[in-house]
Design a protein around this ligand. Structure first.
Ligand code: ZN
Length: 285
C-alpha cells in the first residue's frame, strides 16, 4: 500500500499538471462520478488544488466539488501528454481528467467519491489537515492526545491508525520506532509523554524527508539520499530495520528481528538491543 509520502508526491505531480488549467474532458467508469459530471459538468471548470490527506488524494474543482480517491493496494495516477502511450491497459482506466496539455489517468483506483465542502468535512475516514504529518497545519499536541487514548494497544499498531495520525504506513512504522529507540510491541500506556512526542516528531521528520523534490520512489531513512541505479536494489539498503531480518543492526550490530503484529498481522522489524521493552521483557522475533 502506498504510504503518505507516495500520495503526497502524486498530489504534487498532479497539481503541476492540472491546477489552474481549464478542464477539457472528464471520463469515468464509475456511474456516480459520471452522474455528478452530467449534473455539474467538470469541463470548463478548473482544478484549484490537489492535496494529499494521509493516504487519500483530493482534487478540488472550481465549481465546488472535490474528487476524493484512495489507492488501497492497486490504484495509481499517471500523467500523460496527449497522444502519449499509456503504461497500463485501457481496461484499467477508472478516471480521466484532461486539459489542453495533460491527461491525468486514474488506473484501478478502487475508491473514488465526489464531495461537497460539507460532505468532505463530515467524512469520517478522510483525515483533517491537522492530523496529516505532511500538512503545514499538523497539530502534534492534539495527535499526542489521540495517541494516548489508545493506551491498551501496542504503539506499532497505533502508528498505523490513520484517524490518530495520517501518513505513516508499515515501512515508516518500524523505522520511526527504531530511530526513537522504542519497542514497537510496547503498549502506549507504558510510554512516557516525551516518548510519544519523540515518535510524532520522528514521524514528521522521516515522512517529510521522503517528499523532497529529489526523493525517489523508495523510502530512505538511513545513509543519506543515494541515487538508485537499478530497480533490483535491495529495498532494505536505505532503511534502518525494515526488511532487514537477521541482518546486523546499523547501530549496535545486534540482529534485526521480525514479527507479525496486531489484528491485521502487519510485519514489524526492530532491534532487541536498541529498542528494549520498558519492563525488560523479551519479544520473540
Ligand atoms: Zn541495535
Amino acid at each position: 500500500m502506498p504510504e503518505g509520502d507516495t500520495i503526497f508526491r502524486t498530489a504534487r505531480a498532479l497539481g503541476r499538471a492540472l491546477v489552474g488549467k481549464p478542464i477539457t474532458g472528464f471520463r469515468s467508469t464509475y456511474p456516480k462520478l459520471t452522474r455528478f459530471d452530467d449534473d455539474t459538468p467538470l469541463a470548463g471548470q478548473c482544478v484549484e488544488l490537489v492535496e494529499s490527506r494521509g493516504k487519500w488524494l483530493l482534487i478540488h474543482f472550481s465549481g465546488g466539488g472535490t474528487l476524493a480517491t484512495h489507492m488501497l493496494m492497486s490504484g495509481s495516477w499517471h500523467i500523460y501528454r496527449p497522444g502519449e502511450r499509456w503504461q497500463q491497459p485501457h481496461v484499467n482506466m477508472r478516471i480521466v481528467i484532461e486539459n489542453s496539455e495533460y491527461i491525468a489517468v486514474g488506473f484501478r483506483v478502487p475508491v473514488a467519491e465526489m464531495h461537497t465542502a460539507l460532505s468532505l468535512a463530515r467524512h469520517s475516514k478522510i483525515p483533517r489537515p491537522a492530523m496529516d504529518v505532511l500538512s503545514a497545519e499538523f497539530d502534534a499536541e492534539a495527535t499526542a492526545r489521540r495517541m494516548v487514548a489508545h493506551g491498551t494497544e501496542e504503539i506499532g499498531d497505533v502508528l498505523l491508525h490513520q484517524e490518530v495520525m495520517a501518513g505513516v504506513g508499515n515501512v515508516f512504522k518500524s523505522e520511526i520506532c527504531f530511530v526513537t529507540g522504542i519497542n514497537p510491541f510496547c503498549k502506549v500506556a507504558a510510554l512516557e509523554e516525551k516518548n510519544v512526542a519523540a515518535l510524532i516528531s520522528a514521524a514528521q521528520r522521516l515522512v517529510k524527508a521522503n517528499v523532497l523534490e529529489d526523493s525517489g520512489d523508495s523510502i530512505v531513512t538511513y545513509g543519506g539520499r543515494k541515487r538508485r541505479t537499478t530497480h533490483e536494489s535491495d529495498p532494505g539498503e536505505s532503511l534502518w530495520v525494515y526488511g532487514r531480518k537477521g541482518e546486523p543492526c546499523r547501530r549496535c550490530g545486534g540482529l534485526i528481528r521480525r514479527r507479525l503484529q496486531g489484528p491485521d498481522a502487519r510485519v514489524t522489524f526492530w532491534c532487541g538491543r536498541c529498542q528494549p521493552m520498558p519492563d525488560g521483557s523479551e519479544i520473540d522475533g
